[in-house]
Design a binder for this molecule. Structure first.
Ligand SMILES: C[S@@+](CC[C@H](N)C(=O)[O-])C[C@H]1O[C@@H](n2cnc3c(N)ncnc32)[C@H](O)[C@@H]1O
Length: 288
């Protein structure tokens, strides 16, 4: 029986990450960001719904409150940051990708929001000696970001908070188009376990550090229709080939396959995702 230490669950987390060769660098995320806004109307509406449900959950449970100072790490296009800014006093939104931050900044400016500060940095490389973040925020929020990927990240977000930390991660994601392209075009086995074991490892790291984490589950089912286009084919290829930019030939293979299943130029897609919402209060900690 191994010792159930934070380090043990850190290893388990890293072992369970998809072996797709994806390097979570600034360059990778800038490349992905270029094609980020391709989602269909139904998916955008559903993403708005999960965000609304999540923010309501935070407010109802007094995890997000008026007057708060919130950090949104790996903020992407900043949808959560903008929602937090309506409730909180101010928000620090950080991301590794210049392009993602550019979208986030632009969308916040056009919405007339003035209480978000944007900072570009790699959270995994941020020097531990950055004392200006220590014990400063009422809520440190991470959602679907590789910035939260192990013991060091957990310690860092916890040290930044004077109250709450929150993480949103996939438990699984089942995407009918990704599945069929995996088998029919790329001859690879289907892997629905997109989210690896991060929620269970996160929970156990927190537990073995002495915190009392809580967890909620959120299920999302989307039925969507997509125009057959090169941009959509590229987006599908990027969902599968994660260690580099897909070649023109690979995008064409995806396009050609999608063309065979399109009806009146449209592709139907069904996705089912289960998310874990893990949250902990840094003041609620037992001595070990
Ligand atoms: C899938 S998006 C999630 C965006 C947003 N948090 C959400 O839930 O909608 C992942 C984001 O994490 C950012 N990211 C990846 N690695 C990071 C790191 N080491 N430090 C900071 N941000 C990172 C990416 O640039 C990207 O914007």
């Amino acid at each position: 029986m191994p010792m159930l230490t934070p380090e043990f669950f850190d290893e388990a987390w890293k072992d369970s990450m998809p072996k797709d060769g994806m390097q979570h660098t600034k360059e990778t995320w800038n490349n992905l960001a270029k094609n980020w806004r391709i989602d269909s109307k139904e998916i955008l509406e559903q993403k708005d719904k999960i965000r609304e449900d999540l923010v309501n959950f935070l407010v109802e449970n007094k995890i997000l409150k008026e007057g708060d100072f919130v950090a949104d790490i790996g903020c992407g296009m900043g949808e959560y940051s903008r929602a937090f800014a309506k409730v909180a006093d101010s928000v620090l939104a950080t991301d590794i990708s210049t392009i993602m931050l550019g979208y986030a900044r632009g969308l916040s400016e056009s919405a007339g929001i003035k209480n978000i500060e944007f900072q570009e940095n790699d959270f995994l490389a941020v020097d531990n000696s950055i004392t200006e973040w220590f014990n400063r925020f009422n809520l440190v929020f991470t959602s679907l970001t590789p910035a939260m990927s192990g013991l060091e990240s957990v310690k860092r977000v916890s040290s930044m908070s004077k109250e709450w930390c929150f993480n949103n991660s996939f438990i699984y994601r089942d995407d009918s188009i990704r599945n069929i392209l995996m088998t029919e075009v790329f001859d690879k086995p289907v892997n629905k376990n997109w989210g690896n074991s991060s929620p269970i490892c996160l929970f156990n790291i927190l537990w073995t550090l002495g915190y009392f984490p809580k967890m909620e589950y959120y299920k999302e089912e989307i039925h969507s229709e997509h125009e057959l286009s090169e941009a959509f084919a590229k987006n599908c290829a990027e969902n599968i080939i994660r260690d580099r930019v897909p070649s023109k030939m690979e995008i064409k293979m995806v396009y050609d396959y999608l063309e065979t299943i399109a009806i009146d130029g449209k592709i139907t897609r069904n996705t089912e995702s289960l998310y874990a919402w893990t949250y902990w209060n840094v003041n609620d900690k037992r001595d070990l």
